[in-house]
Design a protein around this ligand. Structure first.
Ligand SMILES: Cc1ncc(COP(=O)(O)O)c(C=O)c1O
Length: 462
């Protein structure tokens, strides 16, 4: 129904030739001027934008062009969004087709929605096939919370320290957002929402005798918390499978299997927020697939429509009836353009064998980062799976004291060299488009490594 044929895997190569290619100092004069004009009116811009006020006007595949004509290598995919490359021709054409034919039909079935439902059911594990469509990640997370209440008849929720799930009241209640100024003017967490520590292998709260992280201790704590810290009405654990905003932090391999067992024992749902990590970014449709765990509820966003605002909340078939209690009606959710974008994106992942590709190039990234860790005094840890990657900068490898000043310096230096990316704080976060090959992966890592070396010199480490 998208009526669009595949374009071949190499569609992005012509635009990538020779990147990065800089013809002015960056940000260039036109970028600076346009940003200044915009920032007169737009407030609350992210620190990344403030630290590097570039103005982009074109993207193709893994290449971004700014208004001064400078070309950048993309290591961010927007913000984990344009994962199949900027303006993938098949996806752009699919959106354009429906933009010409039918833009909105509220909740009614359309041919492209029918195809998307069938496609999603075919790729998702287990019986995850009861779907509602929305238009941003936060709204899908909100729907997941309503779904958990409707399915379980319970009302308490547990999420993890440094998780991020969006900026509505329930999503904020499951996240660390209360630290941000916006939410610190009064009560910041809705009643019945709790947070617990989640395992970070580099910074374990509980360790085994051999110094490795003690997953069982976390699970024991959760069990105790359910008993002592709640009213016994826990509907769901709401968790990112790997923490994106927190810095590409992956739990130990035994964490989710053990958590799922705990959930089953206490009749608690596992709500897996795959908005950032899902749809191929880590080399699986769901990051939880890596650990053989099937969640009860899952949310998708970002990569789901490769840049078109479309998101989904999915529950397993046996809980599908409960969704009748929470209406899926929304102004934009599931409009034909959105369905076309999501369907085409899934088809591209299949046609271009991108899950396998991400696993292969992801291993290349990890090997390179492991070597960098050995070579650099300020790299405390490297982490990732597939194309969800992180480099943690520390002042001292022994004390592990975070080094946010170095984070800012590396971010700006690498951007000035032509790498478009999104680090935050002391953890450098990388989320390149999934189509990227090893040649460009190495180019990007070279730029980052140069920027780290220069930063080490600047701070007296070399
Ligand atoms: C894991 C996760 N969930 C939900 C959201 C919210 O998505 P959106 O910004 O589309 O509302 C985000 C956004 O970064 C996210 O990373």
């Amino acid at each position: 129904m998208n009526n669009v044929q595949t374009t071949g895997k190499d569609w992005w190569r012509a635009a990538a030739a020779g990147i990065p290619h800089l013809i002015t100092e960056t940000p260039g004069p036109r970028s600076k001027q346009m940003h200044a004009n915009t920032a007169k009116y737009m407030k609350g811009l992210s620190s990344q934008v403030k630290l590097f006020p570039v103005c982009f006007e074109e993207g193709s595949g893994i290449a971004l062009t700014d208004v001064d004509g400078n070309k950048y290598l993309d290591f961010s995919s927007g913000i984990y969004v344009t994962s199949l490359g900027h303006c993938h021709p098949k996806i752009s054409e699919a959106i354009a087709y429906w933009a010409r034919k039918l833009m909105n039909a509220h909740d009614f079935t359309t041919p492209v929605k029918e195809k998307l439902m069938e496609k999603m059911a075919s790729i998702l594990p287990g019986k995850l096939n009861a779907v509602q469509l929305y238009s941003d990640g936060t709204t899908a997370v909100e729907a997941a919370i309503r779904a958990a209440r409707a399915i379980s008849g319970k009302h308490e929720f547990i999420s993890g320290y440094r998780d991020f799930h969006g900026k509505s009241m329930s999503a904020v209640s499951c996240a660390q957002m209360y630290r941000s100024e916006t939410f610190s003017y009064g009560p910041t967490r809705a009643p019945g929402f709790y947070m617990v520590p989640r395992p970070d292998p580099y910074r374990p709260l509980w360790e085994k005798a051999d110094g490795t992280i003690d997953t069982d201790a976390y699970i024991r704590f959760y069990e105790n918390f359910i008993k002592e810290g709640t009213v016994g009405n826990v509907a769901a654990f709401v968790l990112e499978p790997a923490q994106g905003w927190a810095g590409s932090i992956f739990p130990p391999d035994d964490f989710f299997p053990k958590l799922k067992t705990l959930c089953e024992k206490h009749n608690i749902l596992l709500d897996d927020d795959e908005v950032l990590a899902g749809m191929g970014r880590t080399g699986e449709w769901l990051t939880l697939n890596h650990w053989g765990v099937i969640p009860d509820i899952v949310t998708f966003g970002k990569s789901f429509g490769n840049g078109f605002p479309v998101t989904a909340m999915v529950v397993s078939e046996e809980n599908g009836e409960a969704l009748e209690k929470i209406s899926a009606s929304s102004s934009y959710g599931g409009n034909p353009m959105a369905c076309a974008a999501a369907l085409a994106s899934i088809e591209v992942i299949e046609e271009e064998s991108l899950l396998e590709h991400v696993r292969t190039v992801g291993a290349f990234f990890m090997k390179r980062m492991e070597q960098m860790k050995l070579d650099h005094p300020i790299i405390g840890d490297v982490k990732g799976k597939g194309f969800l990657l992180g480099i943690e900068l520390v002042k001292d490898k022994k004390t592990k004291e975070p080094f946010p000043e170095a984070g800012v310096a590396v971010y700006q230096k690498a951007f000035r060299k032509g790498l478009a990316w999104i680090p935050a704080g002391h953890i450098l976060r990388m989320s390149p488009p999934l189509i990227m090959d090893e040649k460009y992966a190495a180019k990007g890592m070279d730029i980052i490594e140069d920027a780290i070396t220069e930063t080490e010199k600047e701070f007296g480490y070399r």
